[in-house]
Design a protein around this ligand. Structure first.
Ligand SMILES: [Zn+2]
Length: 169
């Protein structure tokens, strides 16, 4: 079975014609932030404190304001199917994303946020054509909504080797 690799999911770089400041409201009220798709920056604390060091094109660089700005373009021009599924997940935006190869040449992805205990697993089993997101709580060892992925034993085995989380036995 495969190993986890850091995912460099690519959002298509936005060219100079996107070099303008977009004012956005804080979703939690109060502040206003400035988003720029060309530099792929935002002035919110989530971006400046946790995401700014990630390279452009790394999905982990996207705060929710950058994500909203990209989605408002109504373009699916960025990335492949898995990139889009991860990017659009309402449980994100994730800071760290890992990939692991699974049987059949497919890829499984794992998204993590430092402010949430849940892992998001993106997987399509055997005959499934599109990715499904499964929430897993590693400390409580349970799946969200009792929604258990196919080949769960293989997946749980793989989860033990994710590099930057400790899954207690
Ligand atoms: Zn932001």
């Amino acid at each position: 079975m495969g190993q986890w690799k850091p995912a460099l999911l690519s959002i298509a770089p936005f060219g100079k014609n996107y070099n303008r400041d977009i004012e956005v409201e804080s979703r939690t009220g109060g502040g206003r932030y400035t988003v720029n798709l060309y530099s792929y920056t935002c002035t919110c604390p989530d971006f400046t404190e946790r995401r700014a060091m990630r390279p452009i094109g790394d999905l982990g660089r996207s705060c929710k304001h950058l994500r909203d700005a990209v989605l408002s373009l109504d373009s699916d021009a960025f990335g492949d199917e898995l990139t889009r599924v991860i990017f659009k997940s309402p449980h994100g935006p994730y800071e760290r994303i890992w990939f692991a190869p699974v049987s059949g040449g497919d890829v499984m992805a794992l998204g993590m946020r430092s402010d949430k205990p849940w892992l998001s697993l993106f997987y399509r089993g055997g005959s499934e054509k599109s990715y499904t997101r499964y929430g897993y709580h590693p400390e409580e060892k349970r799946w969200a909504y009792d929604s258990v992925p196919p080949e769960v034993e293989m997946i749980l085995g793989l989860l033990k080797s994710v590099p930057d989380i400790s899954l207690n036995e």
